[in-house]
Design a protein around this ligand. Structure first.
Ligand SMILES: Nc1ncnc2c1ncn2[C@@H]1O[C@H](COP(=O)(O)OP(=O)(O)OP(=O)(O)O)[C@@H](O)[C@H]1O
Length: 263
């Protein structure tokens, strides 16, 4: 099993965000995570990559309980988990080549990692990863000279270069036009399938989720509303998932979390 959540709950800034999430993904399985804005999709993915720690319940990733591991073993586990962030945290002055090279930093000694950051040696493989997102010609460009969509694709090239066993992808196409969005989802699903990696991808587009994923997980207000093969998801379930939220208490002032910090 690549991912196993057992009654997991999470609070952020003192407010409950995820409630009683039980979920599993077998090795090599692919699922789309859908639901309205604020449903908790990003939070769930950040639990699955150990950026966040749950307040309740238990979780296992790639067969290990991350929060019971010694720090060295936790670092090793994190090397096998790759994340594509909605807004990739790319330092503005960093060159694209270094941003992609960062995908494998965890696999090296500190000295090798620092050397790789100053002068990446593996440029052929980095360029090949960039070519898959049509950015090979941007290898030496600075990240702050890229458009939002290009930055999103650099984040994808980084995870292609990392080649993790568990691939977590948070709305990878928000800054892409429809044609590129479809190409990108296809690229990530093909990549996971060809390497036998497990893929969990949050998507705002239900159409893309239905077109590319055999399994859909619908989340709303921090709960899993359904978890079904795509053929079993009904129009009524989708309408209920996205139905207007009833007014509730104003949200707390958010404290920026690691993946929300400005570049
Ligand atoms: N740092 C924070 N502090 C407090 N609450 C937060 C914080 N970050 C997110 N939240 C709250 O957690 C809830 C879930 O947010 P999350 O970003 O996981 O949702 P989402 O489904 O990914 O939304 P979107 O589709 O808009 O990206 C929201 O109500 C949000 O306001």
């Amino acid at each position: 099993m690549s991912l196993l959540f057992d009654r997991v709950s999470l609070s952020l800034g003192g407010s409950p965000v995820l409630h009683d999430i039980s979920l599993s993904l077998a090795d090599g399985e692919q699922a789309a995570l859908i639901g309205p804005s604020g449903a908790g999709k990003t939070s769930l993915l950040m639990l699955a990559n150990t950026v966040l720690r749950p307040n309740g319940g238990s979780l296992q990733l790639l067969g290990q309980a991350p929060w019971s591991l010694p720090s060295r073993a936790l670092r090793a586990l994190r090397r096998d988990i790759g994340t594509v962030y909605q807004s990739p945290p790319l330092p503005p002055r960093q060159r694209v080549v270094n941003a992609v090279a960062a995908g494998r930093l965890g696999r090296q000694s500190l000295a090798a990692a620092l050397a790789q950051l100053l002068l990446p040696r593996d440029t052929a493989a980095i360029e090949a990863a960039l070519a898959r997102v049509n950015l090979a010609d941007r290898l030496w460009e600075r990240c702050d000279q890229l458009s939002g969509g290009q930055r999103q694709r650099v984040g994808i090239a980084r995870v292609l270069y990392q080649a993790p066993r568990l691939l977590l992808v948070d709305e990878p196409v928000s800054a892409l036009d429809p044609r590129l969005a479809e190409q990108t989802v296809r690229l990530l699903t093909d990549e996971a399938r060809s390497r036998g990696a497990t893929l969990l991808m949050s998507l705002h587009s239900v159409e893309l989720a239905l077109a590319f994923f055999p399994r859909l997980i619908g989340a709303r207000q921090g709960r899993v509303m359904f978890d079904l093969p795509r053929e079993a998801v009904s129009e009524a379930q989708l309408s209920a998932l996205y139905a207007d939220e009833t007014p509730h208490a104003p949200p707390p002032t958010p404290t920026p979390l690691p993946w929300q910090r400005p570049c």
